[in-house]
Write a new protein. Structure first.
Length: 395
């Protein structure tokens, strides 16, 4: 890829996101879009009505810089209710323009030029850009699929070697996009011990905290020694099926949140005034909503996994998130980018090549990611198209 004229050196190589490219391809070819991670149905009616009520009540001007007070209280209540973590809504909770802004503001405020940030590779695409904008260096620890086809794993010794005197932050995403991995208690214990040993700050992206299947989500901030050195980030977009609202948050000790807020105020300043009380309503929904969300997404995961296996993919069953990763080699392909570019024509379906998430593209060269946060009808139609279009017997 050549250089982009006029673009600063820190953003060279960060062009149009793969999600925008593949969604445009889906629209152009009238393909079923299982690429970009958004649901095809709206969230709970209580949340939608709360936004409408807020607009009609005149909640349409700048909200307070840290976020409206009631949403900050609701976020603190949520952290206590689900994860037994205590935060002061006044000084330890910050509302952001989605988790993406919270991550960028964390990198910009907490890193010096030349600092190293440890990530688990593959990473969501905004991580590298945020780290680069801060003048820091991304250092990846690779997650690899095991031969058994179950969860992705990392080498503990590789993680230990990643820490150096230059390490400033560890950026953790669990449940993990794109692999669907949910980090185990033993893995998180090791991560916490290393962060404490090397005096490293942790920033955790937990936007899929309520979309976890076989195991439980465990916040890193709850582990020994981590409460004073962790910025925990999440959002309402995935939980309440309102990704376009972009209401996220960061919680953590006051000194870290003050630092993040300093950067955040010069990015969006504030956002989403009428959506903030609506997300507060969502966070206070009963346990039945959260249980239904998990069971519904698990059923969709199982449906898509079955359909992908029937079409000939090797499937790595995700433990959480919206996404299933599959290997294309059983179908006779070995280049995920080429496969995804050809898939709309071959089968009328759009997926995302996993190699775009890896620092070393070879680690994900034969993997592709599908989103199952769609209606059963959409998933079944995608499965039918994949089976018809990829079945060698039909060629």
């Amino acid at each position: 890829m050549g250089r982009t004229p006029h673009l600063s050196s820190r953003l060279q190589g960060f062009g149009t996101t793969i999600f925008a490219e593949m969604s445009a391809l889906a629209a152009k070819t009238n393909a079923v879009n299982l690429g970009q991670g958004f649901p095809d149905s709206d969230g709970p009616i209580e949340v939608l009505n709360a936004a409408v009520d807020a607009i009609q009540a005149g909640v349409n001007q700048y909200p307070p810089g840290p976020g409206i007070a009631d949403l900050r209280v609701a976020i603190a209540e949520h952290q206590k209710r689900f994860w037994k973590l205590d935060y002061d809504p006044e000084s330890e909770v910050l509302v952001t323009a989605g988790a993406t802004e919270a991550i960028a503001a964390s990198m910009l405020s907490l890193c010096e030029t030349g600092d190293e940030v440890i990530v688990f590779d593959p990473t969501y695409d905004s991580y590298g850009a945020g780290i680069s904008l801060a003048g820091a260096i991304m250092k990846g620890v690779v997650l690899r699929p095991p031969p058994s086809g179950t969860t992705f794993e990392f080498d503990p010794d590789e993680l230990r070697r990643a820490f150096s005197p230059k390490t400033r932050l560890l950026l953790l995403n669990s449940p993990h996009n794109p692999t669907g991995k949910v980090f185990t208690e033993a893995e998180l214990t090791l991560i916490a011990e290393l962060c404490c040993q090397h005096d490293v700050i942790a920033v955790t992206d937990e936007v899929y905290e309520h979309i976890v299947f076989e195991r439980s989500h465990l916040p890193l901030a709850a582990f020994p020694g981590m409460s004073d050195r962790t910025v925990t980030i999440s959002s309402g977009g995935k939980t309440f099926s309102c990704t376009g609202w972009k209401i996220g948050w960061a919680v953590g000790p006051a000194p870290l949140i003050t630092a993040v807020r300093t950067a955040k105020q010069f990015l969006t300043f504030v956002n989403g005034a009428p959506f903030q009380p609506a997300i507060a309503t969502g966070l206070r929904l009963g346990d039945d909503f959260y249980q239904s969300l998990t069971s519904s997404m698990k059923a969709k995961r199982d449906l898509l996994s079955d359909l992908l296996e029937a079409a000939g993919f090797e499937v790595f069953q995700p433990e959480g998130t919206y996404f299933t990763t599959a290997d294309i080699r059983p179908l006779g392909f070995d280049n995920g980018v080429d496969f995804c570019l050809r898939l709309p024509e071959m089968a009328g379906v759009v997926a995302v090549p996993s190699e775009v998430f890896y620092q070393d593209s070879r680690n994900g060269a034969t993997l592709v990611r599908f989103c199952f946060a769609k209606s059963d009808q959409t998933l079944l139609e995608a499965g039918r198209r994949l089976a018809d279009g990829l079945n060698p017997a039909s060629g």
